[in-house]
Write a protein that binds this ligand. Sequence first.
Ligand code: UN1
Length: 525
Amino acid sequence: MTQTQAPGSVTQGHNGHGNGLGFGIETGKLVGHLIGGQWVESTGGKHFQTTNPATGETLADLSEGSAADVDKAVAAANKAFKSWRLVPAPKRGEILFRAGQLLMERKEDMARLMTQEMGKVLAEARGDVQEAIDMTFYMAGEGRRLAGQVVPSELPNKWAMTMRDPVGVVGAITPWNFPVAIPSWKIMPALIAGNTVVIKPASDTPLCVVALIKILEEAGVPAGVLNMVMGPGSVVGTALLEHPDVPIISFTGSTEAGTIVAVEAAKRLKRVSLEMGGKNAIIVMDDADLDLALEGILWSAFGTSGQRCTAASRVIVHRSVQGALEERLKARIEQLRLGNGLDSGTDIGPVINKGQLQRIHGMVQAGTKDGTRLVTGGSIAAGGDLGKGAFYTPTLFSDAKPDSMVAQEEIFGPVTTLVPVDSFAEAIAVNNATKYGLSSSIYTADVNKAFAAMRDITTGIVYINAGTIGAEIQVPFGGTRGTGNGHREAGQAGLDTFTEWKTIYVDYSGKLQRAQIDLTEDPAP
Ligand code: UN1
């Protein structure tokens, strides 16, 4: 294996200034995979590039992984698992705590790198890094909890108890929209529980994961405990999925790809945790505070250029306030400034790449042909320097039928759709009637409606008088129907994904005691 860029000290980060992007990543130097503590080039010799979606510039040249690289990474992770699972969890927690501190110190550099690679505006990139900091500290703390239970046995002189065991080598497949936060949702709980990891980052944002991994290395994660192989899902993802020594896959991405992951994992009886699409709605009732609802809609629909699984791509509005809301939304949307996320005047950055740009535009055109009324937007932005990047004008549809294409399909771009309804009951029914089930919100001043909504909405996350985005890491994150497969990330639920419950019985009676059969009480010896 050829050595590539040395891990380098992440303290040298000077992302956004000079030639370097920070974290030891420099233009003109090949970025490699991390396998068994070494930064190496793929045995296949292929390369790929990552591009700034705001400018079209190439940011870095990266080695493209092969199935053979995955094999090596899994072997390294398997070897490291033997000792890492025995490191006391509080010690594993200390390493994560150091990583959390380093992430805080390098937050600005990481955010600037993210804006350049992913496109989201700097304030949001800082938020993405902050979410990783939160998760890292939360899971560091779990090193001193990771609690099981001691419960009474039905027999005398016998104990029953539970403990969490690591699962083994975790295959983590992560998306480009939260390129630091989402990898941290998988890496941190996996590591604290004593698993080792092979991560495959999205090919649009590998540098963000390289930076995160370099921080974890510097914090003291031992060689082989965390490995990374970059490359296409069809090659690297498939190799992880099919590998007999990877008992668990944690995947975030499209429902299409996730379905393939679920089917292939099922054939091998692998554990698989899936976070996939969303078609989230904000319900605006006739008694809502429209000023508040307006801000929530703008933030939830157009933040991250609409590229969040939690984005509000539907607004289910009571017909009596539809006109007023539409008029105000249109005015505000038309004031949003598209541009490079590094510029402080920018409200909305680019979408991730030109392919996505075309896909979004295709869906918007199909929505118009379908008969849904386009209020504003609906075009690829090309004025000034915008043409060099992948920019889409913030778009609003209105008068959509609940079952129309734009009200049902995930567009994953800066597009939202007003769906008018006549009652609270209809709003809830429309909210629940999609193939996805991640996040919902309702704006109402009526406490009874708010509670009824909490009870009757069938998505994994519900907000009252707030938008659909902004989930916090200490509570479960995930969804129903086509959004997931019953697992949750984050919080204590996230630990469930990365641990096996082991139940232990200790019989100190000194004789054979038969559960369910020996029912008479025997006093203690
Ligand atoms: C995602 O889009 O997959 O709640 C994650 C939010 C963020 C996480 C989004 N905290 O919008």
